[in-house]
Design a protein around this ligand. Structure first.
Ligand code: PHE
Length: 446
């Protein structure tokens, strides 16, 4: 029989872990660049509306299922399925989630590895090791392989230690540091010439864009990816929440933290890009849009830091620590999904499972590293644009159409005895039943 399950020891611990999962490269990299290329604050508004109208209800669905079943994604979905066909569907969705999140981790680890390499670059320069510094910022399969392995080892190390001593402990240390570094960097960048132009590009909405289907598709994708939905991550974290906790409240705090940090990241990245422009760095691509892809993080910003002289070394190191922390608190939540499943459904030991599954994912990452052009975009698009929204849709359908309504209410009432009379219960069931599935499908087929 499997070992006893872990549990988050406090509300703070859960909030740091879940917001740590949510806040990642998606917030600090994806959100600001999506905003810049989609009409500034028009995108921000669409993103805020979609997060609270669609992604938050879907997040609640996962947290409620998880805490009710107190088990990994496959077992939890199975536990709420009443008949044989729905149980088969449950297993299918759960396993697809595990597979999807493992592939997300395989590309995420590559990008996170770049962040670690770029963190060491200013340090190498400080120590006068110019050759090493050059090597660290050059996009070679060798460098990428080494840092994928380093990043995955960190992830495996934390997950091996379990829920309380691994996930909760490290998230509670890393997330406050992330917020502090982010605030300090924003304050510093604001003092530099050009920053206010970036602020304008970010905050002045181009409302003609708000009905643009591409904007809505991007905003929804951003919202679901950012809240780590559909792949069982939030379901598994939900399964470690104490029964005394008020779920609608903690769920909304996670969504608020996620959105809040994305908005803050916008206050850093866009002003920083315009500061770079003022320093003579090219920030627009051939089509006139802001450089958004890997170029932003691995060329525009480093070029800016290089122009800053001695402070640039400190700022660059701080920035890439920030990115590494954001990645790590997300990657652990990804690895936890297959690990929890192997431990609970197949009786594996946690350490063995973390090491074995982590190694397989590392091998997939290396495969992508050595076949970057054909594979990288394919894996990213398939997992985040195809699989994730569909799985989220299925989870909403599961909760709203298959699970007994009374059981859901009973679960929410633990930790929130007045739930039945509250606003959440008046709105949410209708939302997950009708609005979320329809909206996800509409946007999906755009
Ligand atoms: N939410 C994370 C980010 O914004 C990514 C993620 C996706 C994490 C799916 C877990 C599961 O970067």
């Amino acid at each position: 029989m499997a070992a006893p399950r872990g549990e988050f020891t406090s509300r703070f611990g859960f909030l740091m872990a879940a917001s740590g999962s949510a806040v990642g490269l998606g917030n600090i990299w994806g959100f600001p660049t999506n905003t810049a290329s989609n009409g500034g604050a028009a995108f921000l508004i669409a993103y805020l509306v979609l997060t609270f109208a669609l992604a938050y209800p879907a997040l609640m669905a996962e947290l409620i299922i998880g805490r009710h079943a107190r088990s990994n994604a496959v077992a939890a979905l199975k536990a709420i399925a009443p008949g044989r066909p729905s149980r088969l569907l449950a297993v299918f969705i759960g396993l697809m989630g595990i597979l999807t999140v493992s592939f997300i981790l395989s590309f995420y680890a590559i990008v996170s590895g770049w962040m670690i390499a770029f963190f060491f670059d200013p340090i190498a320069r400080l120590l006068g090791m110019e050759g090493l510094a050059q090597w660290l910022v050059q996009d070679t399969a060798m460098r990428n392989s080494i840092f994928v392995i380093v990043f995955m080892l960190l992830t495996i190390f934390i997950i091996s230690a379990g829920v309380k001593d691994g996930i909760e402990k490290w998230s509670s240390r890393l997330m406050p540091s992330l917020i502090l570094i982010l605030l300090l960097l924003i304050l510093y960048v604001f003092t530099l010439p050009g920053a206010m132009d970036g602020l304008r590009a970010y905050l002045i909405p181009d409302f003609s864009r708000i009905t643009d289907p591409q904007l809505l598709v991007d905003a929804m994708g951003q919202a679901f990816f950012s809240l780590s939905l559909g792949v069982g991550t939030m379901l598994v974290y939900g399964s470690y929440i104490s029964k005394d906790e008020n779920l609608p409240v903690v769920g909304s705090l996670v969504a608020l933290l996620d959105v809040g940090i994305a908005v803050l990241a916008g206050l850093l990245i866009l002003p920083a890009m315009y500061v770079a422009l003022a320093n003579g760095v090219e920030i627009f691509d051939a089509s006139g849009g802001l450089i958004a892809g890997p170029g932003l993080i691995v060329s525009v910003l480093p070029a800016l830091f290089n122009n800053m002289g001695a402070v640039g070394i400190l700022v660059a190191a701080a920035f890439f620590v920030l990115m590494t922390i954001a990645s790590l608190t997300s990657s652990i939540s990804m690895l936890e999904v297959p690990v929890a499943y192997s431990v609970e459904n197949h009786g594996a030991g946690r350490r063995t499972a973390a090491l074995a599954i982590g190694s397989i994912i590392t091998l997939i990452s290396l495969l992508i590293v050595f076949n970057f052009d054909p594979l990288f975009d394919l894996v990213v698009n398939f997992t985040t644009e195809r699989s994730q929204p569909l799985l989220s849709l299925f989870i909403c359908i599961f909760v709203a159409w298959i699970w007994r309504r009374n059981d859901i209410l009973e679960e929410i009432k633990q930790g929130c005895p007045q739930a039945e009379a509250g606003l959440f219960w008046k709105i949410w069931p209708f939302y997950v039943k009708f609005i979320c599935p329809v909206a996800i499908l509409v946007v999906y087929f755009q």
